[in-house]
Design a binder for this molecule. Structure first.
Ligand code: SAM
Length: 277
């Protein structure tokens, strides 16, 4: 496992420097790396997807613990290092911007991760989290390192400024928990903010329907308007059907999206889809 000295010597050996524009803050705290790997519960019957392996702080152990492992990294400068860490140990590696990643980029079209792991690059935390829920909705658990701002949005309660699609969708996906705080000194280079490791784990709740992502995003698209106006602006549902669905869940037509609990979004969506009366 990697400490700061090892990160520095890997950077030197491969002639690399961290790129700030790609959110490259490499983990260099062995205790934190160990805890993240334990939270992912990797075993030989588990398939794991890692986004942004970087120098391989998590990957070198994850590829050994998981039965099937794939990493997606945007920065091709890491190819030599990551080939040694991942490909030489039976894992697969794709160089691609995850936000442009499609099923056609999977080395094996049937690849379905049980676990998604990422020390997320800070500049694209929200879009990556939302895209993994869309792409791999059957995933059993997700373990992410996130910075303060994303953490607040994930755990925000209704009627607060931070409450939005990320709060609602992570809630509907599974049970979410904040597992540990990680200080800046655990990374090289050290970021300015405190980070946290979170885990979102599926329980016995209904399967997550990825179509609800667009619905919730649309509901929050016009924050100053009523929910009826935001949702009808998407063109999919008429104002009348939205008002009637709201009334079925005991809400007035003047309600705003930030007032609804995550479960109410699910109920509303299912009524409008005709899945619920
Ligand atoms: N996992 C490594 C670790 O913990 O030390 C690196 C984490 S670093 C915070 C984020 C990593 O994500 C970097 O390797 C960066 O190049 C990669 N990355 C940034 N944007 C990406 C994107 N759009 N798609 C895939 N990887 C990305």
């Amino acid at each position: 496992m990697m400490n700061k000295q090892q990160v520095l010597s890997i950077l030197e050996e491969y002639g690399l420097q961290a790129k700030k524009s790609l959110g490259q803050n490499f983990l260099c705290n062995e205790d934190v790396i160990g805890e993240i790997l334990d939270l992912a519960e990797l075993r030989n019957d588990v398939t794991c997807l890692e986004i942004g392996p970087g120098l391989g702080a998590l990957s070198e152990e994850a590829v050994l613990r998981a039965g099937n492992y794939l990493a997606v990294e945007i920065d091709t400068r890491f190819e030599k290092r990551l080939s040694e860490v991942i490909r030489n140990h039976g894992g697969q590696l794709v160089f691609k911007d995850y936000l442009a990643f499609g099923k056609e980029d999977l080395p094996d079209p049937s690849f379905t991760p049980d676990v998604i792991l990422s020390n997320l690059p800070y500049y694209v935390m929200t879009p990556i989290m939302i895209k993994v829920m869309k792409d791999f909705s059957s995933t059993k658990r997700m373990v992410f390192m996130v910075e303060e701002d994303a953490l607040e949005r994930i755990f925000a309660k209704p009627k607060t400024k931070q409450y939005g699609p990320l709060s609602v969708l992570t809630d509907l996906f599974g049970k979410k928990e904040k597992c540990l705080n990680v200080d800046g000194g655990s990374f090289y280079p050290a970021p300015n903010t405190v980070s946290s490791v979170i885990r979102i784990k599926k329980g016995s709740e209904e399967p997550f329907d990825p179509e609800i992502i667009g619905f919730v995003e649309c509901a929050f698209s016009l924050r100053r308007k009523t929910l009826v106006n935001s949702l009808s602006s998407g063109g999919k549902y008429s104002k009348e059907s939205i008002v009637s669905a709201l009334s079925a869940i005991g809400r007035k037509e003047t309600v705003r999206s930030e007032e609804l609990q995550p479960k109410e979004f699910l109920d509303l969506y299912e009524i409008l889809q005709g899945k619920k009366g």
